[in-house]
Write a protein that binds this ligand. Sequence first.
Ligand code: F6R
Length: 602
Amino acid sequence: MCGIVGYIGSKEIKNELIEGLRELEYRGYDSAGIAVMQEGNIKAFKAVGKLQNLKEKTKNFKTIGPGVGIGHTRWATHGKPTELNAHPHMGKYSYVVHNGIIENYREIKSELEKDGVQFLSQTDTEVIVHLFEKEAANAKDIKELYDAFKRTIDRLDGAYAVLLITQKAPDTIFFARKGSPMIIGRNPGGEIYFASSDAPLIGKAEEVAYMEDGTVGYATPDTIYSEPKPLAFVPLSGDKLRAQKGGFRFFMEKEIYEQYHVISDTMIGRVLDKDIAFEELSENFLEGISRIKICACGTSYHAALTSSYLFERQAKMPVNVEIASEFRYKDPLLDTDTLFIVISQSGETADTLEALKMAKSAGLKTLAICNVDNSSIVRLADTSILTRAGIEKGVASTKAFATQVMVLWMLSLFFAKRTKAIAPETVEGETSFMHQVPRVLKDALKVHEKCKRLSKRYLHGHGFFFIGRDIFYPLALEGALKLKEISYLHAEGYPAGEMKHGPIALADAELFTVALMPKTILYDKTKSNVEELSARDSTILSISPEMFELADDFILTHPHTHPMLEFFEMMVVEQLLAMEIAIRLGNDVDMPRNLAKSVTVE
Ligand code: F6R
């Protein structure tokens, strides 16, 4: 994973670039670099290691007046983390920064070498700048330069977010994006920013456009031109303080509150008006697939388990879900008609990565559902679907889970359509429910005050049971995990119908039952299970659109006509409740004891 930034404007360009890179440093810190162009002269600086080294190196460099610049913070993929391999990469009169992987770079490189081009680095990126200069050799104006840039981009296979500057167009940044994120921000007066996430743009740009895959274009102080369609700018709310969690007490809280926003990003280009599409999945890739196996850990495993209900119900495909650390050592039987899916927020979880390696070496087709572009898991899998949740800083996963479940719901519909397990009208109907998810996630936040008030009653006792049926069973597991990891209270998730087979022995007034009681799935059955617990004196907190007379406490949810909408709303309730209980107990919600955000050990 790397981070890129760009700037067009009159502010101190070096500072704008380095400040942007600081927000992206989490994406990689093997090296960093900038290239700044003023009046057709380009100056570039690179430094190995953290951004601080680049800052030191450029401390005497200043720009006065308008110009353009690009910057990069690198997480090495091709070539060691050396200064020569650091971006920006230069040609004779142009510089490029790139996030992603150019899969066919060897082929392009040998073609360029035959033309006499000398490569300075071992990176895949360097081909872009030389290819551009070859294409632009006779270009005389911006139109011809842009055509040369487009021809260059057309040649690239793989994932990329690219920014390119050239002395032939001194006030211009050329940009392209496929598979790797890129956002453009603008201010009145022709000031323009580019970045790999919106964090560097907060407090800098008034409006931003989240570029869709396949976008190519160029920007000058006077114009932003893009294909295949104009960029859709929206106001960028928040300021730097808020980006640093300011308005919220914890990153976890901020991340719960931004779920309705990021889930729209997850859906862009995939949930269409009346259809569902995944350009990540070609027909060729899916040929011969008749079953699915999913491997993941923790919260990602809960998302996987949720999807097993959806795949079987909608797509009529057999699905098997496994905890990655178990799967690895059970000598699993693997068949090549199986699509092997791994789910991971970080893309670095050791057990999930190893499970993926096993599936690959058994010859299975592999798909990663992941939040971190260019992570180890994304790079290893045959193909990947990025969840687009943005950086998740809270150790307890919230928005990553929401976006994983959304991708899996979309995927189950995609397969259902592909296998013709459902009629086209059903596809259309499902997508109309999907379009309601952002609103549901937003409305769900209204229970926050209620969760805050209720939390004071749930600070002791000898444990919690979260119970639910069907997809609300994995949601119960997730609710219990959220609570235990940040509150350190004992909590278990259970299928509601399973309580009587043992766990009900624990029931008394000090046992708290959080009952997920959706109206759209098995309401009466769940209700009977909760009644059984209530009869044994368990304290009941019901989460339901219906008042449940035996509940000691209740959180009323909105009525919905689709189980997934109830699912997403109850997910928010669980997250808020766990967070409020943990806060009341005085815990550091963002950094709970004994845990780490990325589990790279087995
Ligand atoms: C819980 C949580 C963990 C992760 C698990 C897998 O809130 O975040 O259970 O879900 O460690 O991590 P990823 O998804 O990065 O593979």
